[in-house]
Structure formats: structure tokens, C-alpha cells
Design a protein around this ligand. Structure first.
Ligand SMILES: Cc1ncc(COP(=O)(O)O)c(C=O)c1O
Length: 457
């Protein structure tokens, strides 16, 4: 594939076509590209990204989506069903995350377009909360492992980010967190679990600190919320990270990840409507009519909301528990497989997202290990500080045979790293944009300026 994807295969559209193309021709292209691009996940070799992978589930959600894909839920009166879906998604998520522990049952929420929006909205709320208390230079204290969506939100809303260190177990170091909090701190944030290592920060201690200081605490459960929530019921010792902790003021949990919905939805819960009201945006005197919106988006597709709701009510607790059971078990097997190699080291004690690197003694480059895994079609995610990779286990990875294949390919990958000591690895620590340094440098997987990537006519 060249610099501009598919230029070698399909006509490149360089300007607005005068005449439309036949639907069948367009669909044929779509089907071909989608099938090609989806093929690795069917083999169970992709970390994260595709969370359900159940074709029948997707087919059902796509049918649901189709009924509302054109519906704009900003027009609340036209689509009251969307209000029903949204309310019930929030109620189910609040139930899952023990909203019942909050006196008065005040836990409430909003549906957003994804994890990043669910991280940005509470930052706006906490900045406003701070302003009401005379804080003009607000800061947010969180461990270095917290998701960049929080850094983005802080950047947009003029909040200083104070990065706390993590312990040798890769969770927030509470001494470091405590040392960074001052009278301008409007909120703390912690992850359950973190993107890099899948680990849960000491949310109980963050909660205590938030209460002690009278400030807010956001728990980023975007990745882990919908999987870790089932851990205790399955017999795993996952620490409490939800509304049972009195200092937790908001939690994000993505329906488009382990909620198994379609891409484009996430739940953001607040401890009370009193907090949530600060994210509502209202312009009462606008010539176009009194404008009200619950968050950053204006128009929103009813299809995505309906699909998130349909995912939750069709699976029910039993359905989520069954899939989560497979994921926890597979992740433990992956973790043990990695630990069986003296050259490799697992970071922390993960439940679903297993990060690992090479031992100092081995002197091996983890990205050479990853290069080899990539050559066998595995797509692990590269990390830095320290250099590592993670395997975020999802439902497609729980298929029989995947762990055995992973173990045997990893054995060859370690040998590859030994045989190629000192050579430059192709893969690196890349989150968005691509997998290998080569892909990013060549622009194949890059998106920053796609139009400039159009090949010469
Ligand atoms: C812990 C965590 N928080 C937030 C996000 C951001 O979610 P999104 O990519 O849906 O915006 C992610 C994405 O992987 C994540 O892992």
C-alpha cells in the first residue's frame, strides 16, 4: 500500500464528482476494504480496539443503528425514545458502578461521544466549580499514566496538569500526589484501569485525599469500567474504584469499549446533578431560539445511543459476566505465558490488560520482540517510560488456541530479539498514528494532513 491508502486499487477522488457513482460499486469497495481491514481481529491477534468481535452482536447493533442513524437527538421532542435510551444507559451504568451507595441516590450522568469527551467534560465542570470558589489558576493532579484525554481537556480549559509519579507497581504514588496538591487544585484523577498497564490506581486513597481537601476526584474507567466492574463477582480481587468510595465525584466508562456498543459512545457519571449542571450549555437569548445542550456536541445520532442501549439490555449482567469471565481467564493465561520467559517481565499485577517488557538482565529490546510478533500478525501496543508493550485482552482474544499461539510466537520473538541485538527496531511506542516507526515516517498510517498525502495526478 502506498502513501495514500488504496490509491493503487480504487479511483482517487480529487474533486467533487459531477455524477454520483452506482451504489453497488461503492458497496463493493466498502465490503472489500472492511473485510481486509477486519481480518486480523478475527484471528484474535489484536490488542484492544475491537472489544466484542461477535459478528451476530454487531449485526444486531447495526440493525438497531439503522433505525435511528438519521435521528438527531438534539430535537428531544422528535425522538423521545433517545431520552429513554440515554436515561436507561445511565441508570444501568450507575447500577454497575454502585451509584446506590450514594445517599439520596443522586448519581446521574450524560452520554458522550467517547472516552476523551467523558474526560474533558468533568474538567470543565471542575474548572467552573473552582471559579465559584475564587480559583482562577486551577490545577489537576494525576499520575503520569492517566490518559492524555485529560491533558487535552486541561489544555482546552486552561487547567494546569500536575503529574504525579507512579510506584514500582505502576500505580499512583500517593506521596507524590499529595505533594502536588495545593489550594488551587480543583480535582484529582486516577485510572481504573490505566491505558498503559491496565492497573487500578489507589482510588480509595485518592478518595480519602479528595475528601480531606474538599476537592473532586474523577475516576477514568473509560477502558476498564465495563470490565473491572464484574471482577469481584467473578472472584477476582479487583479493588473498589466506584461510587462506594465517598470521595469519587465522577466516573467515565466507555460503552464503545467493554460495553460492546458501536464506536462513538461513552457514559459519564456524576455523583450529583449539582455537579453535572456545570457542563450543560445554554444560550437562552439566541436569535435561533433558546439553545440548550447537555455537553460538547450539538447534533447527535440517535443510532449510536440506541445501539449502546441495545448492547446493554441484550447482554444483561449474565452476558457481561460470561464474556468478562473469559477475558479475565485469558488475560491471566497471557500473563503467565509471558512470565514463563526469564527474559520478560510483566508490569504490575494486571487483570485484563497485560503490559510487559524485557528484563534488565536480558538486555533485549522489547520492540524487537514486538517486531517479530507483528510479523506474525500480532498487534500489541507500544509503551514508553519504560519501553514496553501491552496486550489488552478483548473477546476475540479468548478464542481457543490464541494463547497457545501467542506463547509459541513469543518464544520465537524472544529468539529474534536475541539474534538481532543492537539493530534498530521497526516498532516503537506509538498510540495513535500507526504501529511502526516506518509506517509513521512514510505517512501510511498518518492522518495529520491526509489531503496532502494525495498522490500526484
Ligand atoms: C484509560 C483510557 N481513558 C480514556 C481513553 C480515551 O477513549 P477514546 O479513545 O474513546 O476517546 C482511553 C482509550 O483507550 C483509555 O484507555
Amino acid at each position: 500500500m502506498g502513501l495514500y491508502p488504496y490509491a493503487d486499487k480504487y479511483p482517487v477522488t480529487r474533486c467533487f464528482p459531477q455524477l454520483g457513482r452506482p451504489r453497488e460499486e461503492i458497496l463493493a469497495e466498502i465490503v472489500e476494504m472492511a473485510q481486509l481491514e477486519d481480518s486480523p481481529y478475527h484471528e484474535g491477534k489484536i490488542s484492544g480496539s475491537i472489544y466484542s468481535g461477535d459478528e451476530e452482536h454487531y449485526e444486531f447493533l447495526n440493525e438497531v443503528f439503522g433505525h435511528y442513524s438519521h435521528a438527531n437527538v438534539i430535537q428531544r421532542d422528535m425522538y423521545p425514545s433517545a431520552t429513554r435510551f440515554e436515561g436507561e444507559i445511565i441508570a444501568m451504568a450507575a447500577d454497575m458502578l454502585h451509584g446506590d451507595a450514594v445517599p439520596g441516590g443522586t448519581v446521574c450522568g450524560v452520554l458522550t461521544s467517547g472516552g476523551t469527551e467523558s474526560l474533558m467534560n468533568p474538567l470543565l465542570v471542575y474548572r467552573e466549580w473552582g471559579r465559584e470558589r475564587g480559583i482562577t489558576a486551577p490545577n489537576l493532579v494525576m499520575p503520569v499514566t492517566a490518559h492524555p484525554g485529560l491533558i487535552k481537556g486541561a489544555h482546552y480549559f486552561g487547567i494546569e496538569v500536575r503529574h504525579a509519579a507512579v510506584t514500582d507497581q505502576f500505580v499512583a504514588d500517593m506521596d507524590s500526589v499529595r505533594s502536588l496538591v495545593d489550594e488551587n487544585t480543583v480535582a484529582l484523577a486516577g485510572s481504573a484501569g490505566s491505558y498503559p498497564h491496565g492497573l487500578v490506581d489507589p482510588i480509595d486513597q485518592l478518595s480519602d485525599l479528595a475528601l480531606e481537601r474538599g476537592i473532586n476526584l474523577h475516576v477514568d474507567g473509560c477502558l476498564g469500567g465495563f470490565i473491572l466492574a464484574w471482577g469481584n463477582d467473578l472472584g477476582y480481587d479487583v479493588p473498589v474504584f466506584d461510587f462506594r468510595l465517598p470521595g469519587v465525584t465522577s466516573i467515565s466508562a466507555d460503552t464503545h469499549k467493554y460495553g460492546f456498543g458501536l464506536k462513538g459512545s461513552s457514559v459519564l457519571l456524576y455523583r450529583s446533578p449539582e455537579l453535572r449542571r456545570r457542563q450543560y450549555f445554554i444560550v437562552p437569548d439566541w436569535p435561533g431560539g433558546a439553545y440548550t445542550s447537555p455537553g460538547m456536541s450539538g447534533s447527535r445520532s440517535g443510532g449510536i445511543i440506541a445501539a449502546a442501549w441495545a448492547s446493554m439490555v441484550s447482554l444483561g449482567r449474565e452476558g457481561y459476566l460470561a464474556i468478562a469471565g473469559d477475558i479475565f481467564r485469558t488475560a491471566a493465561e497471557i500473563r503467565d505465558a509471558i512470565r514463563s520467559f526469564p527474559e520478560l517481565r510483566v508490569l504490575g499485577e494486571p487483570w485484563f490488560n497485560v503490559a510487559f517488557t524485557t528484563t534488565d538482565d536480558s538486555g533485549l529490546d522489547i520492540f524487537l520482540v514486538n517486531d517479530f510478533m507483528a510479523s506474525r500478525r500480532w498487534r500489541l501496543n507500544g509503551l514508553q517510560k519504560p519501553s514496553a508493550v501491552h496486550f489488552c485482552v478483548t473477546r476475540p482474544n479468548t478464542q481457543p488456541g490464541v494463547v497457545d499461539l501467542f506463547r509459541s510466537d513469543l518464544a520465537d520473538a524472544v529468539e529474534h530479539a536475541k539474534a538481532n541485538r543492537g539493530t534498530r527496531a521497526r516498532s516503537g511506542a506509538m498510540y495513535a498514528g500507526g504501529m511502526t516507526t516506518e509506517q509513521v515516517e512514510s505517512g501510511v498510517a498518518w492522518w495529520l494532513d491526509a489531503t496532502q498525502a494525495l498522490p500526484p495526478a
